[in-house]
Design a protein around this ligand. Structure first.
Ligand SMILES: [Zn+2]
Length: 226
């Protein structure tokens, strides 16, 4: 019988001696990853080893533009349709959790369950489909309006889309013990698997309407500046 634990330990040890895959990075790889620890964490958080968090000031100004546009076009059938889709998504998440008993917790790899928990958190905090659509449009505008900070249809874009939507309301907090055994409440982290899968779902669901809205905003801005 082969020794699987020994086999994997050797593979991991060999991997750790290889250089990080990011060009110009001087560090060696971490555990089973293709990157050093810094770039692995960036990949988990932002969808790509070289991605960064979007600058807050830019997001704040684009959020205002998105908000104004959605208010002015609140009766538009495309907006209504997108909102209905997002409302259904929130309700489905809440129903998924409600169908389980009070002690249920999704397993590590249960992406559907974990996503449902996040959607229920948004639902319970009173997030509306308009909040979610505004968050998604804001991220889409960072990719469409110059200077474009994101490239569309990339993992970074989809990660940012899911992150923005899930951050429409504050994350849950959980208790941890610090090194001195003092309990402290910290914000829970968003699961990378959830960001990856929800990002894809949202990109597919919303791409047409987000594109149309971004184009309309671009035209408004052009008309305004001439
Ligand atoms: Zn690296």
């Amino acid at each position: 019988m082969t020794n699987h634990v020994g086999y994997w330990r050797d593979r991991v040890d060999a991997n750790k001696r290889l250089p990080c895959e990011v060009r110009g990075c001087p560090r060696t790889r971490t555990a089973g990853a293709r990157w050093c620890n810094r770039h692995r964490l960036r990949d988990a958080r932002f969808g790509s080893p070289e991605a960064f968090a979007l600058p807050r000031r830019r997001l704040a100004s684009l959020s205002k533009i998105a908000s104004k546009f959605l208010t002015a076009n609140s009766g538009h059938p495309a907006v209504t349709l997108a909102r209905r889709d997002l409302d259904a998504m929130l309700a489905e998440g809440a129903a998924h959790v409600a169908a389980r008993d009070a002690w249920w917790k999704p397993a590590e790899r249960d992406v559907t369950g974990k996503t449902a928990v996040e959607l229920k958190r948004l639902h319970d905090a009173g997030a509306t489909s308009l909040d979610l659509l505004r968050a998604a449009l804001t991220v889409h505008l960072t990719a469409c309006l110059p200077p474009a900070l994101l490239e569309r249809a990339t993992p970074e874009y989809r990660h940012a889309l899911a992150r923005a939507v899930l951050m429409a309301k504050p994350l849950n907090k959980r208790m941890i013990l610090t090194s001195r055994y003092k309990p402290r409440r910290i914000y829970s982290r968003l699961s990378t698997r959830v960001l990856r899968s929800l990002g894809k779902t949202l990109a597919v669901k919303l791409c047409v309407v987000l594109d149309a809205m971004a184009r309309a905003i671009e035209q408004q801005q052009k008309a305004h500046s001439t």
